[in-house]
Design a protein around this ligand. Structure first.
Ligand code: ADP
Ligand code: MG
Length: 734
């Protein structure tokens, strides 16, 4: 029996204390992230394989099919009916034989084993063991283990047990084939070449019973009964040692529920904390304020959609519960104005407000816009980015703390510790997909008044899939702008091969002559000196070639252009003095120059789908019919699908769905940035129903006990803190 130095197994026992696990094997386990007993228990099978006891070919054939799965491990006994040797020295053609047992036949194939031709002849009686797969109407086994039938019948049992290697529990007591197919499930673990699944299985098996006895359940029995969940010990037992599919499914359900429930508990605890403990400044609103704010906005009228989401936001800001709202709307849908409205409400109530953007360029643009709108107003606005001189920075920080600055626009430089507001009432995050959960929390803690928490508005053009809106972003209220401002016409998108790029630019030159402006985007991954060379080369080619007539009106833009230069270029571009901007993806998010109506994207196959949609969103903001040309020779299926999707739709929600199809849900919005541990068992959207239940149960639990302080909650709280405490920032919540 396994034992720690003290002689007893504990969940904390190190794996090296198990018999048969020496330093070398322990190292192999460590590579899989397994150090102790608890890790072993949580090393869940990837899947199960069926292990059938010895039977007839007919029964196996029934079993391996649409009803159960297309493969199973089986043991068969029969006679070689036909055999065909591989041509000599041809390694790619196997030695093939047909096995018959009177009830049916199965094809056998062995690669790299030409010598078998001397051993197996028609008439040979053998036992074979291995994985059988179905190919249309016949079964096949590739490289099965085999042995001749012992005519005396002696030691039959052990020999066959050996045949079924990797399944040490298996014993074949009956000599005759079983008449009922009763498959056993063999767990297949994440493994490595040096530490194969069956060794992991043996190790887990050796500690399973003892460790299950040590497991305490954090869910009370009556809760489990009502939710039809098995106990934790049963779940661990059945995930590793299921008798059948139902066992495995019940184990999965409990473990998946736990993962979803823990996450929901964290979300609900934070929500309860925000609603019951935190207070935000109550902002004023009324006909007069509304009229004054609207008069400042740079448009004739806000759209009905904008009016609706503004209403939702105003409703939140008038309360003392800190708002936590996500504003989603497609590229160009006019989110900035909505944010501006809310920010001006804060200013009208004599509080401070901040806007954080993902790039310096976007921050500068927001700053320019807002400063212009408030030119004649008695409002102090500043811009805080990483490129400020230390003295300027110090000055801004001091004014921020004394309350002299009303509106602060910036990049993630806003998140640095030295940034503190006298009375921050509203923090806005633009393009949330570039930021994670932590940044929200950091910004929220920026008021020097410990009793005051700012309202939070986050904006994104990347719609959040429903599953994520219920998990990582489960505490956000969501407002959606569905349409675009009036007068817009959808962008015409064309895909053109590299070979025709000269024609594209000649056409672009024609339109520039007609007074339009263009972005030309070049893929530059890291803006290193070498990478920027390709931008420079393209710039030179254009200004000497197809765009030579606009040499003086073409500029290059990338992340290394310094601030003064960048601002000057953007100002001239906005004013129409620069006609073509050859740029990296620094212009991807937020940049808003309505007169620019042409975009050419070089090597478009190298961009992600969401990225292409974002880039295209830079044009089509004015009333002119805009054009986006994707120059691409996509080689892979995924790249072709991405290009086709952008050409096929201008709707961000459709694009997001396509993106999910192509990339899979895990890669999408925030999943990576969230910093939360990924699920091991739960699967979304597959476990949507379980997720809803977990959410309901977590909500009810937290309603009963908003801080998990009760004695019954101790174990649950401990486990919750362990999995999510840090990533979700639960320390001051529970
Ligand atoms: P996004 O949602 O992508 O951040 P913006 O806020 O940058 O979109 O707005 C895109 C463009 O639409 C801007 O040029 C903006 O001035 C314009 N716009 C926004 N709202 C309206 C409106 N109600 N009427 C006319 N134009 C509008
Ligand atoms: Mg925007």
């Amino acid at each position: 029996m396994p034992a720690s130095p003290s002689g007893r197994l504990a969940l904390t026992t190190n794996i090296t204390d198990l018999p048969g696990v020496g330093a070398k094997r322990a190292e192999l386990f460590r590579k899989l992230g397994i150090r102790g007993i608890a890790d072993l228990l949580q090393h869940f099978p990837l899947r199960y394989e069926h292990q059938l006891p010895q039977q007839t070919i007919a029964l196996a054939s029934d079993f391996i099919g649409p009803n159960h799965g297309s493969e199973a491990n089986i043991v068969l006994q029969g006679e070689i009916a036909a055999a065909r040797a591989a041509p000599p020295r041809n390694r790619r053609v196997p030695f093939q034989a047909t096995l018959s047992d009177g009830t049916g036949t199965i094809k056998l194939a062995w690669f790299n084993s030409p010598w078998l031709a001397k051993k197996l002849h028609p008439g040979s009686q053998i036992i074979v063991a291995g994985k059988a797969t179905r190919h249309g109407d016949y079964l096949q086994m590739v490289n099965p283990k085999w042995q001749p039938v012992d005519p005396t019948g002696k030691q039959f049992t052990t020999e066959r047990a050996e045949l079924a290697e990797g399944n040490t529990n298996q014993s074949f007591s009956a000599r005759s084939a079983s008449s009922v197919v009763n498959p056993k499930l063999i767990p297949i673990y994440p493994a490595t070449e040096s530490l194969p699944s069956h060794v992991i299985q043996q190790t887990i098996d050796s500690i399973l019973d003892q460790s299950l006895a040590l497991l305490e359940d954090h869910l009370p029995a009556d809760f489990r009964r009502k939710a039809a969940l098995i106990s934790l010990a049963d779940a661990y037992r059945l995930i590793h040692r299921p008798q059948n599919e139902e066992d495995a499914a019940r184990a999965r359900r409990r473990l998946a529920f736990d993962e979803l429930f823990m996450l929901q508990l964290g979300v609900m605890l934070k929500r309860a904390h925000r609603r019951q403990t935190l207070h935000a400044p109550q902002l004023k609103h009324g006909a007069k304020i509304s009229q004054r704010i609207r008069a400042r906005l740079p448009v004739k009228a806000i759209t009905p959609d904008q009016a609706r989401v503004i209403n939702e936001i105003v409703g939140d800001l008038e309360k003392t519960t800190p708002m936590n709202r996500l504003l989603q709307g497609d590229v160009g849908s006019g989110k900035t104005l909505v944010a501006l409205y809310a920010m001006l409400m804060a200013v009208a109530s004599k509080h401070q407000t901040a806007l954080m953007a993902p790039t310096e360029m976007l921050a500068e643009q927001h700053f320019g816009l807002i400063r212009e709108l408030l030119r004649d107003a008695d409002v102090s606005i500043e811009l805080l980015t990483g490129s400020l001189k230390p003295a300027q920075r110090r000055q801004i920080l001091a004014k921020l703390e004394s309350g002299e600055i009303d509106i602060l626009i910036g990049t993630h430089a806003l998140l640095t510790e030295s940034v503190n507001f006298k009375s921050l009432a509203l923090a806005v995050i633009d393009e949330q997909h570039r930021f994670g959960v932590h940044q929200r929390a950091t910004l929220r803690a920026k008021s020097t008044d410990p009793k005051s928490t700012p309202h939070m508005l986050v904006m994104t053009a990347t719609p959040i899939p429903r599953t994520l809106s219920l998990t990582v972003f489960g505490d956000l209220d969501i407002s959606t702008i569905k349409g675009l401002p009036p007068g817009r016409q959808p962008v015409i998108t064309k895909h053109v091969s590299q070979a025709k790029s000269l024609e594209v630019y000649e056409y672009v030159a024609k339109r520039l002559k007609g007074g339009e402006q263009a972005y030309i985007v070049v893929p530059v991954i890291d803006e290193s000196a070498t990478q920027l060379k390709s931008l420079k080369a393209h710039f030179d080619w254009l200004t000497k070639g197809p765009l030579s007539a606009f040499k003086a009106e073409t500029a290059a833009m990338h992340g290394r252009v310094d601030r003064a230069e960048r601002e000057s270029i953007m100002e001239r571009f906005r004013a129409g003095k620069i006609k073509a901007l050859v740029a990296t993806t620094v212009i991807e998010v937020g940049v808003d120059v309505p007169n620019a109506s042409i975009m050419v994207i070089e090597q478009a196959e190298r961009f992600g789908l969401a990225q292409l949609h974002q880039l295209r969103g830079r044009v089509g903001r004015g009333s002119r019919r805009a054009l986006c040309v994707l120059i691409a020779d996509p080689q892979t299926e995924d790249a072709k699908a991405r290009i086709a999707a952008v050409v096929g739709s201008t709707d961000g929600f459709v694009i997001a769905e396509k993106d999910m199809e192509i990339r899979g849900p895990g890669e999408l919005f925030g999943a990576r940035q969230s910093g939360l541990p990924p699920f091991k068992v739960a699967d979304l959207p597959g476990d949507m129903a379980l997720l809803r239940m977990a959410r309901r149960e977590a909500e009810a639990w937290v309603e009963r006990n908003p801080t998990l302080a009760g004695p019954d909650d101790a174990l649950l709280r401990k486990r919750l803190m362990k999995v999510h405490g840090k990533a979700m920032g639960l320390a001051d919540v529970a």
